[in-house]
Design a protein around this ligand. Sequence first.
Ligand SMILES: *[C@@H]1O[C@H](CO)[C@@H](O)[C@H](O)[C@H]1NC(C)=O
Length: 481
Amino acid sequence: MVIMKVGGLNARLSYVIIAAAFGSAFQHGFNLGVINAPLKLIGDWMNTTSYDRSEMYLTETEKTMIISIMVSIYCIGGMIGGALTGFFAERFGRKGGLLLNNIFAILAAVLFGFCKMAHSYEMLIAGRFVIGINNGLNAGLCPMYLSEIAPVNLRGAIGTAYQLVLTISILFSQIMGLESILGTMDLWPILLALTGLPAIFQLAALPVCPESPKFLLITKDEPVAAQRALTWLRDTANVHDEMGEMRNEAEASKLVPSVSLREILTNPTLRIPLVISLMMMMAQQLSGINAVIFFSTEIYKSAGLSEEAALNATIAMGTMNVLMTFASLVMVEKFGRKTLMLAGLSGMLVDVFLLFICLLLKDVASWISYLSIFLVIFFVVMFATGPGSIPWFFVTELFAQNARPTASSIAVAVNWTAAFFVGLGFLPLQELTGPYVFLIFVALLAGFIVFTWFKVPETKGRTIDEITAVFKQTAYGANSV
Ligand SMILES: *[C@@H]1O[C@H](CO)[C@@H](O)[C@H](O)[C@H]1NC(C)=O
């Protein structure tokens, strides 16, 4: 029995992880990263397209506006997709939802691929919206599926696979966007349309994988199918213990088969884990990661790096992100979620404070600029330690089956909303305050550290039953969030 608890990763399970994560997280990371490199080319194309259509060039303001719409509509799509997670997960299943979601990716790829030919930047904007919906759904469905098929002792590591693939695909998109590859005026539509490939991959690879056994047993009440799925995944007929655990969870949720939005907000045993999930999602987005990445170009420039060296530094940063996320995949089962969140957030806090000082003093000595480059990369490393990966699957660990879809919907939608506001607010704030904008992140990080320290429970190695029991105790004890 002990042996059964320790192992767990077999060839079949690895195959399912690859089919799910490469098909889904890849979309998410790729589309996060892909738009940056060709943004100027796309702006120029919009300008000439406008002239072709109406013999009028765009003004600088019009161009900025169209580009802002294109960039922000992606986040709005993400919020909608995130909010749809619960509906998709319940109606079509976790695997079914993931498969269906590929329709959005293929539609977007077609819009991207042909927008230039059709002289239509409306198509490009529509494509960004549609792929946003796809990415939002993936961010909810994929960690849910992974977490539900994972054995307890590997749940964190398998959940981290989502962020690992995401960082790999950001890096991939940056490399493909290089001018020597696809980052040219002729080829950028192909660059964007590459997002169709992971969809085709998933449509080919995922159908042979089983549906989540928890979904089959608890939501659909099909014990035979659930046992068959579990037997396939574990590659052994000896799944008695795990079936028993799932039956307990099923018994517990018989009274309330599916938790509504209203219930999750009013019932304290659900509200506490919801608040925790939302705080973790916000910690990820409001930690300043996007601001620091955005600032990195300017930091490299002020350190006197050539354009090419700056590009290399960006690729180095992406590589560190991948390597460190991989390390966190191993560490998350050893040290636990809470420890890694705290370590990552604390490292980011110290780092961003030093970065702020370096930016203030950057004209004093040239070595300070080099120190800032190091700090930017170290910030990304600290992010990857925990805050980058843990929030995605943490929400799936805090809720039992009946509340998980609704909770994921809310959490993923909040994540995208936070990203949207950071994207919208950072530049104006930075223009207003200069480097002082980083002090906002220092304050936010401090708040998230205190919250994590006092309110977040450790979920490593615990069954969902054990975790939800903690919240019942907290809710009906003296303590509450
Ligand atoms: C649009 O293109 C024209 C002609 O190349 C150029 O003069 C103008 O500055 C461009 N406008 C913008 C907003 O880029």
